[in-house]
Ligand binder design. Structure first.
Ligand code: BMA
Length: 309
């Protein structure tokens, strides 16, 4: 019986910890890919909820133990309130959360063309739309949690070509004000067996050794695709420079709830939560685009795996 692979992230015994059946406010087709962060002593997940009528919205879920969550009924984020952008915005999912000073910044793609929208909140009760910070096709830029050299930085995920010509690489850019971005540079192309088709970023996590960057990687074979999760390490002062690169994955679909669902063979994460005192990384991931799993590991082991590769 799986799991067969000795990966550095281990699944929680209660997995999947949130399923569509756990959504108390009417039928849900999926409760998946969540932004994630700590707010005081609470774990906050921004759940992407797809309703039976195929509309998606983001709902806040909170927990004090990190395993049992209360889901709020009123959506936290729906389609953007902007006359010109609204017609592109049909699929409200895949939020990435970065705390900078005391403000939580949230980036999410619009559906289809995948422009990136930036919001902010200080309380997870309401969020304020700031601006559209990337043109199509840059699927969900991820903000660094602090300024470097007086600039804000983000990792981008442009689709450079149509398959099979590199449909997704990671780039980096910087900004004086979070709104105007430039100085774009390539960071990493698809690589290896598990991430050879396309890759994508999550918000970087500061460690003493460098920025720990959890990535997703997609493998494509003759009949299907598989989404796994891995890690790289970026230089603290030059964040576009890779200083460690784990060659294997941290987690790959093995369990029934990762193989079977709306999209088979998917482990997809919008981030991870670091507890440096406990040397613990928690990752709440979308499984088969249907439900949420929790996987945990040691930050130090993942950083070492990046540096040793
Ligand atoms: C990506 C995104 C994710 C999704 C994944 C697997 O391109 O659309 O929302 O989880 O594909 O279907």
């Amino acid at each position: 019986m799986p799991p067969y692979y000795n990966t550095l992230l281990k699944r929680h015994a209660n997995n999947p910890i949130i399923t569509p059946a756990d959504f108390p406010y009417g039928p849900a087709d999926a409760v998946f890919n969540c932004g994630q962060t700590m707010y005081g002593n609470q774990t906050v997940l921004l759940l992407a909820v797809v309703r039976a009528d195929a509309r998606a919205a983001v709902h806040v879920a909170t927990s004090t133990d990190g395993v049992n969550f209360d889901i709020r009924e009123e959506p936290f984020m729906t389609t953007v309130d902007d006359e010109l952008l609204a017609r592109f915005d049909r699929w409200v999912i895949d939020t990435r959360v970065t705390k900078i000073d005391d403000t939580y910044y949230i980036v999410r793609p619009t559906g289809g063309t995948a422009n990136a929208l930036l919001y902010r909140t200080n309380d997870f009760q309401t969020c304020e739309f700031m601006d559209c910070i990337a043109l199509a096709h840059n699927r969900v830029p991820c903000l660094f949690p602090e300024k470097i050299d007086d600039y804000y930085w983000k990792l981008d995920r442009p689709s450079i070509g149509k398959p099979p010509d590199n449909p997704g690489s990671i780039w980096i850019s910087r900004s004086p004000d979070l709104i105007h971005w430039g100085h774009f540079r390539p960071v990493l192309d698809p690589f290896g067996a598990w991430a050879g088709f396309k890759i994508g970023p999550t918000p970087p996590i500061r460690t003493d050794a460098g920025w720990l960057e959890i990535i997703h990687g997609v493998n494509k074979n003759c009949s299907t695709t598989r989404y796994s999760v891995g890690a790289i390490l970026l230089d603290l002062k030059q964040p576009g420079k890779i200083i460690g690169h784990m060659k294997n994955y941290l987690l790959t679909p093995e369990m029934d709830y990762e193989h079977c669902g709306r999209v088979p063979d998917v482990i997809f994460t919008c981030g991870a939560i670091a507890d440096h005192n406990q040397d613990r990384l928690r990752m709440y991931y979308g499984a088969a685009d249907t439900c949420i799993g929790l996987a945990e590991g040691k930050i130090s082991e993942i950083v070492d795996a990046c540096l040793c590769a």
